[in-house]
Design a protein around this ligand. Structure first.
Ligand SMILES: [Zn+2]
Length: 315
């Protein structure tokens, strides 16, 4: 990666902590927790990272998350991510965590949260990286389950800044979560949601109008709807775009087709993020580098993208 790209101060606004679990750490945690893995070694696991769509990735992602058991595991996971951020001059992070991925297999909510929170606090003190944690609901589960998760989280209200919506998009439109998002907002939490990755532009409209989100995660399919494009430009609603993820999950066939720079030039507040870097081939820096290499992103464009990420912070 060119040094000038690495040196740009950036914020990362779309990152799933569970998706930063590198195969090496996954194997180390499996050994520590005495969990048998279906893969023989790190190389076999890495070779399985070839996906045809979002669901194929999610199946592997949930299998991987199974090695996370103790507060120390969640600390180590978060700390490893923050070290990568430090190396790439990411100065602010607003990561997601998926409590339901863990509470549904018997890990107490506070075990997950305490491990993550302590690492984020240490990251602030020792690495100078500021943060705001976002609790994300799994949309393939019913809204009732999201309500339960929000209830579990409320005693720790100060540990996070907002709620998000992730997991399988198609067939699970934002409108299914209107009530739980209203409840979260009434508690003073910010709202963001994945929309318009695999799902149609209608899902982005719903996320804006019904969930009243402040930021769209992905949103690359907005470009199919001119009225929607005009709105996100007029209102300067940020999009947290994840280029390498989009290629890995076949949202675009290859990086040369990605629309992020076209959106940037049209005045959309797009940002560059890594989504699930351990699975998709790189962190924020590698995502910037891919745009430089395959789309001819200029230094001026890179600076605007980095500045957008700092402007689009929730805290
Ligand atoms: Zn995501």
């Amino acid at each position: 990666m060119p040094e000038w790209l690495n040196a740009l101060p950036k914020a990362e606004l779309h990152l799933h902590l569970e998706g930063s679990l590198e195969p090496e750490l996954l194997f180390a945690l499996a050994e520590r927790n005495q969990i048998a893995l279906p893969w023989a070694d790190v190389e076999t696991l890495r070779a399985a990272y070839a996906f045809n769509n979002l669901q194929e990735f999610l199946d592997l992602y949930y299998a991987g998350a199974n090695v996370l058991r103790t507060e120390q595991d969640f600390y180590d996971l978060t700390w490893a991510y923050l070290q990568r951020c430090k190396a790439q001059n990411v100065i602010h992070v607003e990561p997601f965590f998926d409590p339901q991925t863990h509470t549904d297999r018997g890990i107490p909510f506070e075990v997950v949260l305490r491990g993550i929170q302590q690492a984020l606090l240490d990251g602030e003190q020792q690495l100078g990286i500021s943060h705001g944690l976002i609790l994300s609901f799994l949309r393939h589960l019913p809204e009732e389950e999201a309500f339960k998760t929000l209830e579990q989280a409320m005693p720790f209200r100060d540990a996070f800044i907002g709620v998000g919506l992730d997991s399988s998009e198609k067939g699970f439109p934002p409108r299914l979560f209107e009530r739980v998002f209203a409840k979260a907002r009434s508690e003073g939490l910010h709202a963001v949601a994945h929309a318009g990755e695999e799902g149609p532009p209608e899902y982005i409209w719903e996320a804006l109008d019904l969930l009243k989100i402040k930021r769209i995660d992905h949103g690359v399919r907005a470009i199919e709807d001119e009225r929607l494009m005009q709105r996100i430009i007029d209102e300067q609603i940020p999009l947290t775009v994840c280029p390498l993820s989009n290629i890995k999950l076949c949202v675009f066939e290859h990086m040369g087709q990605h629309n992020i720079l076209e959106m940037l030039e049209r005045g959309v507040k797009v940002t560059v993020n890594s989504d699930d870097p351990a699975y998709f081939g790189g962190y924020v820096g590698e995502n910037f580098a891919a745009l430089h290499q395959h789309l001819g992103m200029t230094e001026a464009q890179a600076k605007r993208l980095a500045q957008n990420s700092l402007d689009a912070r929730l805290v």
